[in-house]
Design a protein around this ligand. Structure first.
Ligand SMILES: *Cc1c(COP(=O)(O)O)cnc(C)c1O
Length: 472
């Protein structure tokens, strides 16, 4: 029986062709050969449904144009590749959470490919017995941070959850009011604390917390003191916080541990590359923190992961927690993490090999060169639609790291030509066309123009190659 697609409905929908009739159209023959009939029919159904939606209440409909639109949508969809794909991150935010945070090093990508089949993720090659998943990273993490032991989990939120649940379930944890932060994506310290089964004891005020505040809050039910790196905001002016070293002293004299959530953290001093200072994991450990948690895909520059380092007896408790099994990392992530950490053993070449650091420390002159080379081809592709100029701008690190700091950069500034009226809509349309490219180009709208910050543009040939598709 021929499948119809809404014939008989009133209004414009009456002109919708049947799925069967559309599937016979010669325009789809190539798509059916490449992707299979089932796939194309499924896409046809969606396209017809979208067309029906578009026709709701429409008076006059051109059936020829309608049919062409339905077919064009099918071809576009089957050709658009996977939903998750590479993009050009020209937003100026280098570690953009919505765009996948740290770009992985070639070494990490190769390691993932290598481990993708069967791998010794939990197998000891020497003894032929069962191995520990986290051991692959532990040796390197101990070497790089000086920690006794470590645990690797899905992300830093999981690391904090696991640490609190393992050490403080049913007990109290003392945190400064100035550090009860929300990271975004619904990670709020008080909520995570509650889910971990620990009771939050807030001390101090938003802007100032003193050592005595912590000492006075410690009681028989206190399991730990906690320090949280404010990451995505900064308190300036009349403010004071208690240092890790002071907190460790207070915690240890009460016989309890200090947990430090560093958020991003770093394993190398970024000032070496002209970047602002971010606390080092090894420094916080040396200051006396008993457990330190940090992300794998922020400044570390690796895959999404959460790392807990610190005292072996405490780490052993985390490893024994059944939550660890639910939060563990996959073999591909472990492979990428280990390969990323390996790069840190050769700090002289780190900025050349680790894309996150390379892009963050990219000299402004070099970025200007990229922008100047791209301005011609982009201007030509947008001729009559928009003007393109090279302007200076400021990039940021992103992922809540060093929120106040900006890095000098250069951007392609795209301004639509024509009347002022409707220019915002035309600019939004243009931004949408850039996002619809095979490798979507993501910029940011600022002061009536679309800025493409060239800091993260390394594949210049790939960028230029698809500009022709912008025309027409
Ligand atoms: C980013 C951040 C987190 C969450 O880390 P994810 O790896 O995104 O889960 C937790 N705490 C702090 C202080 C952070 O900056």
């Amino acid at each position: 029986m021929a499948e119809t697609s809404g014939t008989g409905e009133r209004g414009g929908a009456a002109v919708l062709p049947s799925i069967d009739a559309l599937a016979q159209d010669a325009a789809l023959a190539g798509a059916i050969a490449a992707h299979g009939r089932t796939r194309v029919i499924a896409e046809l159904r969606l396209s017809v449904a979208a067309a029906r939606e578009g026709l709701r209440g429409a008076a006059a409909v051109d059936p020829v144009a309608l049919r062409a639109d339905i077919l064009a949508r099918v071809l576009r969809e089957v050709d658009s590749g996977l939903s998750l794909k590479r993009v050009f991150n020209l937003t100026g935010t280098v570690l953009h959470t919505n765009l996948g945070r740290a770009p992985l090093a070639a070494e990490a990508v190769a390691a993932m490919a290598d481990a993708a089949g069967a791998s010794n993720i939990e197998y000891e090659l020497e003894s032929g017995g069962r191995g520990e998943r986290d051991d692959h990273a532990a040796r390197l993490i101990r070497e790089l941070t000086g920690a006794e032991a470590c645990v690797v989990v899905n992300n830093n939120a999981a690391a904090v959850l696991l640490a609190l649940n393992s050490l403080a379930r049913g007990k109290e944890v003392v945190v400064s009011r100035g550090e009860l932060i929300e990271i975004g994506g619904a990670f709020r310290i008080p909520d995570v604390m509650a889910r971990a089964g620990a009771r939050l004891v807030e001390v101090g005020t938003t802007n100032r917390t003193h050592p005595g505040d912590f000492a006075n809050a410690i009681g028989p039910r206190t399991a730990a003191l906690m320090k949280v790196h404010p990451s995505n905001y900064a308190i300036a002016g009349f403010s004071s916080a208690v240092s890790e070293a002071e907190l460790a002293g207070i915690a240890h004299s009460a016989g309890i541990p200090l947990i430090a959530d560093l958020g991003s953290g770093s394993l190398v001093d970024l000032r070496r590359w002209g970047l602002p200072h971010e606390p080092l994991v090894q420094d916080v450990l040396a200051a006396g923190a008993d457990l330190v948690t940090f992300s794998g895909d922020k400044l570390l520059g690796g895959p999404q992961a959460g790392i807990v380092v610190g005292r072996a007896d405490l780490i052993a408790k985390l490893k024994k927690n059944p939550l660890k099994r639910a939060l563990r990392v996959d073999k591909l992530i472990m492979a990428a993490l280990v390969a990323t950490l390996e790069l840190y053993r050769d700090p002289e070449r780190l900025a050349a090999r680790l894309p996150g650091l390379r892009l963050l420390s990219r000299p402004a002159d070099e970025i200007r060169g990229v922008a100047e080379r791209m301005a011609g081809p982009l201007g030509a592709a947008l001729e009559g639609v928009a003007s393109v100029s090279v302007v200076d701008c400021a990039s940021q690190i992103g992922s809540g790291s060093l929120p106040v700091d900006r890095m000098a950069s250069f951007a392609l500034r795209i301004e639509v030509v024509g009347p002022r009226k409707g220019s915002a809509t035309r600019l939004a349309d243009l931004a949408a066309r850039l996002r619809a490219l095979k490798v979507p180009v993501i910029g940011r709208v600022q002061e009536g123009a679309l800025l493409l910050d060239c800091r993260c543009l390394e594949d210049e040939a790939g960028f230029v190659a698809q500009l022709a598709r912008l025309r027409g």
